[in-house]
Design a protein around this ligand. Structure first.
Ligand code: CTP
Length: 399
């Protein structure tokens, strides 16, 4: 299934027995990272309650064109403007007829008229109604107008008849529905991203770590998924939910991150190291908690160097396109350029962490992209937008 992350979807539910499956469709859409607003016809409410679909979508369900309260919140025109795509499932024979003739006498038909993006329909009806010439004519007309028809399937029906007319299963519908979106400029590409800090244990209650919220790596993972890439995200401990539809690997130490990267990097097209990897770890791990020694006013901790993960990847025979991050407090550009050269990277993203308004826990960032051929400043903006631009830059470098 193509990525549905960050898409605004209107799910239209009309009055057929298959309406109970709409609940599962909402659940799958949410799981794949979409925002969902459900619009129900009045007959759909006979089959499934708005409350169920509201609880699953996390948004108020719209049912009535002439409901002053809901029109005040998000009216039919706002809904049409908000949506990236409409999916109507189940779509009854009556719905096909009404959409085909361009009626606008309830909320769903009005929103469909006002919407100028892709509309997919999953028909569900009795086999005789499906076969009927009038239904087939409506269908042909809708196809000509660019509606995407998902199904129906064949088999035993709720009424006992056997034949074409059953609504497809939710996952089959979503497979077809998701293909109405652009492939994205990273489709067919696989990307490995590291994020967050590593923790190097001293004893059971203490560790050495770096400052890192993981926000940059997680939003890059999201942007890459949105661009159609298959993403593996290897992360140290952070307070963030992994993006939907990514292969998520959780680690704690730099050694574990190194092992996970070397295991997953094979056959990847791009490696992006945003992780704040601890450069050193304690030489010995104390099995028991180190107790305060009242005779000593200082404690010496001996550290040994961790392996440089980016460098290990750059030494592979078949290495992916390599992206590093340089978080610097001084001499930003010259330090970043040194890392580009020493770690044999294709791109380094230079990030001034001495500026409190950007970097670390902030939602904003300003970075300079440096390759061997060019330097490009991405002005201060939120990390989501910066991530999209970095992903666009990487995809242009790959072609
Ligand atoms: N990096 C890595 N493995 C390490 C240390 C860093 O892969 N053991 C990666 C980071 O994920 C980042 C880049 O190298 O993409 C630069 O990390 P940074 O901490 O800025 O640089 P260091 O090489 O550790 O140098 P210094 O700490 O001296 O600035």
């Amino acid at each position: 299934m193509k990525s549905l992350i960050n898409k605004n979807i209107i799910l239209g539910v009309t009055g057929g027995i298959a309406a109970y499956k709409s609940a599962e469709i909402v659940r799958h859409l949410k799981k794949s990272g979409s925002s969902v607003r459900v619009v129900m016809t009045s007959s759909a409410e006979e089959f499934i309650t708005p409350l169920t679909l509201q609880a699953l979508s996390g948004n108020r369900v719209s049912t009535d064109l002439l409901d002053a309260e809901s029109e005040a919140a998000m009216g039919h025109i706002e809904l049409a403007k908000w949506a990236d795509a409409i999916l109507i499932a189940p779509a009854t024979a009556n719905t096909l007829a009404r959409l085909s003739s361009g009626r606008g006498d309830d909320l769903l038909s009005t929103v469909s008229l006002a919407f100028d993006g892709p509309i997919s329909i999953a028909p569900a009806m009795n086999q005789a109604m499906w076969k009927d010439n009038r239904t087939q004519e409506n269908l042909e007309n809708l196809q000509k107008k660019g509606f995407k028809i998902c199904g129906p399937g064949s088999g035993e029906q709720a009424c006992g008849d056997v034949g074409l007319g059953r609504m497809l299963e939710p996952l089959e519908i979503l497979e077809l529905f998701s293909s109405s979106f652009d492939q994205g400029n990273l489709s067919e590409r696989s990307i490995l991203i590291t994020a967050g800090p590593t923790q190097e244990p001293i004893d059971p209650v203490r560790f050495i770590t770096n400052r890192s919220s993981g926000k940059m790596g997680y939003s890059l993972a999201e942007a890459a998924i949105e661009a159609g890439a298959k993403v593996t995200l290897i992360s140290g401990p952070v307070n963030l939910e992994p993006p939907p539809n990514c292969n998520f690997v959780s680690i704690e130490t730099a050694k574990e991150m190194h092992e996970a990267v070397m295991h997953h990097v094979k056959s990847k097209d791009v490696y992006i190291g945003t992780a704040a990897v601890a450069d050193y770890r304690p030489v010995t791990f104390h099995e028991s908690k180190i107790k305060k020694d009242t005779d000593k006013s200082s404690l010496t901790l001996q550290l040994q160097e961790n392996q440089d993960i980016l460098k290990s990847v750059s030494e592979l025979n078949e290495r992916p396109y390599l992206v590093g991050f340089a978080a610097e407090t001084d001499n930003l550009l010259s330090n970043a350029k040194k890392k580009l050269k020493n770690k044999r990277l294709d791109l380094i993203v230079a990030n001034d962490v001495s500026n409190k308004e950007i970097g670390f826990d902030s939602n904003e960032n300003e970075v300079t992209l440096i390759t061997n051929a060019e330097e490009k400043v991405l002005e201060k903006q939120n990390k989501k937008k910066i991530s999209k631009k970095i992903i666009d830059f990487i995809s242009s470098e790959l072609t």
